[in-house]
Design a protein around this ligand. Structure first.
Ligand code: SF4
Length: 472
């Protein structure tokens, strides 16, 4: 198993001769995965893809892999290995009914975890899961339609005890979509397995789960960083427990709660989404700035609204309205929106993004954050993140896009949906980033059907009139 973090020389790391290659990939790395599949197929291997990209864009992935796997469990893997055949030109799309009910424990995975930890330059963090899915229904989220399931807490305790025997002071990041939904079960397990002060934890959780008594218990159990999602100042009040409060009222309520969390937990990253249909004008960006003024210790992380294929039911609405752009997968990270904003022109939208990003990671706010965080690692993490990609990488990208919109006609026409032709600017960036693997990228892979989800729904659920015609 090779974990690709973006820094390895894959030409050296990958084996020359294999029979079967499984790749798990986010959409951002899909083109690299496609290139690898084509390289290994040329050497006679079979290939399979799983993970987020396979779940979001199965129809596209089927063109480049023998197997495309949705929810994947041991039974499904055994089925694939039992079949073990070429499926070309269209790969076989398989999925279990749901996520696995149990996952291999840390002791079983240790040789893989250890090899990945060695690659972390400074802070080594072990990824764990205590649950899968989410009971909330944020309509843009891939987990909104996946039923919540707590994993076995006895196995969780075994994992934590194993880590205590392997590392001096383990640091664990819970990668649950929403940690602590079954709060007492998780805390009881941690308290039973981990002596006080022996382990640090990081978790992503919703504000509605984080009352002060719970935050105090998290602190006692070694939680050093929490990442609550705020998303919008106008929507999702249930998730942040702000009810019908919107605008500045929601800013004050959320700020009070985040300041309370910061009194107990040294590092809090708040997650925000821009470009939602409820956003219009400068207000959402201005409200975010006011939130930062009122909450100097929090580190903001911004995402753009994006429709990742069939990740979420809401994507059908965008596809029906013909608002999803075929922006190559390579750019579908949280920095590039692939939905035409409802209430902004592109230059206006990029202008607001540049301004709020510069403000959020300005020397003044970085200093305020530094002074507001009491502990050494969170303090410096805030400074390093504020000065690195969050500020310079993003501002440079947004500024480049805004500038290009003025003079690059092909880019402007593409973003305005006047043409489907991929702008040369995108192609050159993909070529540069893929390096050696560009030559293995199948020719048509930079293009995809942004409405494939909608088309697949029409095939599986034809309108009543068509059904009647067939029956007749
Ligand atoms: S609370 Fe978080 S994980 Fe759950 S549906 Fe909403 S965004 Fe997704």
């Amino acid at each position: 198993m090779v974990t690709y973090t973006g820094r390895e020389n894959l030409v050296k790391e990958l084996p020359g001769k294999v029979d079967f290659v499984f790749i798990s990939s986010f959409t951002e790395a899909a083109l690299l995965s496609y290139a690898l599949s084509s390289l290994f197929r040329s050497r006679g291997a079979l290939t399979a893809i799983g993970g987020p990209h396979a779940r979001c864009y199965p129809q596209d992935a089927q063109k480049y892999f023998d197997y495309v796997l949705g929810f994947t469990d041991k039974g499904l893997i055994l089925e694939v290995l039992g079949d073990c055949a070429q499926h070309r030109p269209v790969g076989l799309h398989l999925s279990a009914d749901h996520h696995p009910v149990r996952l291999p424990g840390v002791s079983e995975r240790w040789k893989f975890i250890e090899q990945t930890l060695r690659k972390a330059p400074f802070i080594k963090i072990v990824p764990l899961l205590s649950s899968l899915g989410c009971p909330y229904t944020c309509d843009f989220c891939i987990d909104s339609s996946v039923p919540y399931q707590l994993l076995d807490t006895d196995e969780m305790k075994q994992d934590l005890r194993f880590l205590l025997g392997k590392l001096k002071h383990p640091r664990v990041a819970w990668h649950d979509p929403n940690f602590g939904v079954r709060f007492d079960n998780c805390m009881d397990a941690i308290e039973e397995a981990v002596p006080p002060g022996r382990m640090d934890f990081i978790a992503e959780s919703t504000l509605s789960l984080l009352s002060e008594s719970r935050v105090k218990r998290l602190k006692r159990n070694g939680f050093k960083a929490l990442l609550p999602g705020i998303e919008s100042w106008f929507e999702m009040g249930k998730k942040s427990k702000t009810g019908h409060d919107t605008g500045m009222d929601k800013v004050r309520t959320v700020s009070d709660q985040v300041n309370m969390i910061l009194r107990h937990i040294p590092y809090v990253q708040t997650n925000h989404i821009f470009g939602l249909d409820s956003d219009a004008g400068p207000t959402p960006f201005e409200l975010t700035k006011r939130f930062l003024d009122l909450t100097p210790g929090s580190f903001p992380a911004y995402s753009m609204l994006s429709a990742f294929g069939q990740a979420a039911p809401l994507n059908l609405t965008f596809q029906r309205a013909n608002r999803v752009l075929p922006i190559p997968f390579h750019f579908l990270s949280n920095i590039q929106m692939n939905i035409k904003p409802r209430n902004y022109s592109w230059p206006e939208f990029y202008g607001h993004l540049i301004e709020v990003t510069k403000y959020s990671y300005s020397p003044r706010l970085i200093m305020r954050r530094f002074l507001a965080n009491g502990e050494r690692i969170p303090r410096w993490l805030n400074v390093v993140r504020g000065l690195s990609s969050e500020r310079f990488g993003r501002v440079a990208y947004f500024a480049e896009m805004r500038k290009r919109l003025e003079r690059d006609v092909s880019l402007r026409r593409f973003l305005e949906q006047e043409t489907m032709e991929i702008p040369q600017y995108f192609i050159e960036r993909i070529r540069r980033d893929l390096g050696h693997f560009w030559e293995w990228l199948p020719e048509k892979a930079i293009r995809h059907n942004p409405n494939a989800y909608l088309v697949s729904q029409k095939v599986h659920n034809p309108p009543d009139s068509i059904l009647c015609a067939r029956i007749a």
